[in-house]
Design a binder for this molecule. Structure first.
Ligand code: NAP
Length: 283
């Protein structure tokens, strides 16, 4: 069965829109997401516009602050300080990449952890190993998609293919939090097929087409494909050989239309979670 990330995200947006309306009634203000983008990177402009549209759709407060490419690190840090101190700001999204003259790690570290809706702090400090902190959006999207199938994660063997800082490692930590038995495979793993054939859940986060072939999938497994690759015909494909894998998988995400749409929905969810933390702490 195909896991329709777009449809699941659409349901979540509707639920969050209603939740935001009632939060405004209860606490007197809407959750606020501020996005900061430095420079003119075309892909980043598209990503930020998609996030802005999602934020508008659910009725978040906030704005996109577009800074020129020549913005200095000090100017950016001063802006982040102002946003950290502003009680109307629940979430700060710093779009990457930053121009080369700005140190990415310094800028990310300047975002208050309770406003870090991308979950960068969690990723850097291994906080995703602790349940209850802000999880990065794509890994959180993977967990939501697995849960959407109704297949329990607890006690299952989950194989994460890829140990990248953005997806592989944090998704493995989140699966562990859900009480899966987790194996992490990477480019030096020798027996990927053997491991995969024992996995009840496979999360592929590599960035290479067909790393997970159909014959690696245990019949009935849940397969989450995070990879985004451009096929020879120019079409987007994931890391999983979709046709062959979907014939064996119990549930599988398509690319596009799986993890991608859920990632942005999780950014909004993280903003709501930060807001709830703020309104409860400030009462
Ligand atoms: P990354 O940091 O480059 O990590 C890739 C990982 O894949 C590395 O750990 C690498 O192993 C491993 N790998 C490479 N070849 C392999 C092979 N043949 N077998 C097993 N493992 C192999 O990448 P990332 O940032 O995590 O991103 C992974 C993919 O997810 C990319 O396609 C990216 O575009 C996509 N992505 C999608 C979304 C979304 O919203 N849908 C969001 C973020 C990322 P080593 O560590 O040994 O080198």
């Amino acid at each position: 069965m195909i896991i329709d990330g777009k449809a699941i995200a659409a349901d979540l947006y509707e639920q969050m829109r209603q939740e935001i309306d009632s939060l405004e009634v209860k606490y007197g203000r809407r959750p606020g997401l501020w996005a900061v983008i430095v420079g003119e990177d075309p892909a980043s402009q598209v990503y930020v516009r998609n996030k802005e549209n999602a934020a508008k759709k659910v009725g978040l407060a906030g704005e996109v602050l577009r800074l020129p490419a020549e913005t200095t690190q000090e100017e950016l840090l001063a802006l982040l300080d102002r946003l950290n101190a502003d009680p109307a700001v629940d979430g700060i999204l710093l779009q990457l990449p930053l121009p080369a003259h700005i140190d990415k790690d310094t800028a990310i570290a300047a975002i208050a952890p309770d406003k870090d809706v991308d979950g960068y702090a969690g990723m850097k400090q291994g906080l995703t190993a602790r349940a209850g902190c802000i999880a990065p959006c794509t890994p959180r999207a993977c967990i939501q998609l697995i849960k959407s199938t109704g297949v329990p994660i607890e006690g299952k063997h989950a194989l994460v293919v890829g140990r990248g800082e953005l997806v592989g490692k944090p998704v493995a930590a989140l699966l562990l939090n859900e009480n899966a038995t987790v194996t992490i495979a990477h480019s030096r793993t020798r027996n990927l097929k053997d491991l995969a054939l024992t996995a009840d859940i496979i999360v592929a986060a590599v960035g290479k087409a067909a790393v997970v072939t159909g014959d690696m999938v245990k019949p009935g497994a849940v397969v989450i494909d995070v990879g985004i690759n451009r096929g020879a015909d120019g079409k987007l494909v994931g890391d999983v050989e979709f046709e062959a894998a979907s014939a064996r998988a119990g549930y599988i995400t398509p690319v596009p239309g799986g993890v991608g749409p859920m990632t942005i929905a999780m950014l909004i969810r993280n903003t709501l979670d930060c807001y709830l933390l703020h309104v409860k702490c400030r009462r």
